[in-house]
Design a binder for this molecule. Sequence first.
Ligand SMILES: Nc1nc2c(ncn2[C@@H]2O[C@H](COP(=O)(O)OP(=O)(O)OP(=O)(O)O)[C@@H](O)[C@H]2O)c(=O)[nH]1
Ligand SMILES: [Mg+2]
Length: 308
Amino acid sequence: MTDLVPLLAGAVAGERRALARLLTAIEGGADGVRELIPSLFAASRGAHLVGITGPPGSGKSTLVNALATVWRRRGRRVGILAVDPSSPFTGGAIMGDRIRMMEHAGDLDVFVRSMASRGELGGLAGTTWIAAAVLDAAGYDPVVVETVGAGQSEVEIARLAETTVVVEVPEMGDEVQAIKAGLLEVADVIVVNKGDRPGAELAARQLRAMLSSVGGRITRQPPAILTTTALDGAGVDALADAIDAHRAAARAPDQAMQRARNQLRRAAAEIGVRAATAHPEWEELVEAVAERRVDPVTAAERLVGLRS
Ligand SMILES: Nc1nc2c(ncn2[C@@H]2O[C@H](COP(=O)(O)OP(=O)(O)OP(=O)(O)O)[C@@H](O)[C@H]2O)c(=O)[nH]1
Ligand SMILES: [Mg+2]
């Protein structure tokens, strides 16, 4: 088993090479990752964990790049994880992200990493959470996680972030209704990017009207709705303000509890599945279910030790 603790120590001491190697080990689901988690938890410096999600091509990477510029000006060290859930180890989106983030290439206080995760411990969301914790321990704050807002794992990543920014574009049109539920669930800040295109202000107004007409959001503040043009930086200062301002709200006890609940639920689900599939009677019970001798619920309860 690889001992990753020395790499963590190096990353905490500011060694970029150690940090990069550690992230590679995490991405690849190395054996030592599980044992690293308690040290990682203890090494947290309390970075603001920011999730940026939204449809493909809405300008998330460009926006993160522009945000990094603003945050650097404010003296922050910025850690960025661009998560590509669809295409592990392929060039496309990852190369694109690298190019878009090139502006910060010579800046030691911006760390950009693309991840196509295959790790254990909760799949994509679990691995991303661990990688984000590494960047936190290495002294980056904020730590920004970019994901394409398409599937369940992305929503989960958003749930783990303290502040979730959903990036939309002016042309969303009828999509507005469709995205309503998802937006309400995860967004702390909604950005209509590509503000240089027609309809951006209109789209922002529609979103505001829509969100104010929806009740039931009792536990959280309504999201701020902003317009940006990531390409030239218009509105990006205000976006950074909104994200920074949300940090305090995100750390209110009820919000922290909700995030902890989500984390624990996800970890428990993952561990439950792992325990079940590693159980010596797994194959036997699979057969029994296939032959309809046992129902799947009873079998699962037996596998996780809830029934003998
Ligand atoms: N007109 C205009 N184009 C933009 C703006 N922001 C980004 N783009 C362009 O939109 C395209 C997609 O930008 P990305 O930043 O890669 O978008 P993304 O959401 O990260 O894309 P994926 O990671 O592939 O989902 C690029 O060609 C950008 O140059 C903007 O404010 N205005
Ligand atoms: Mg991107």
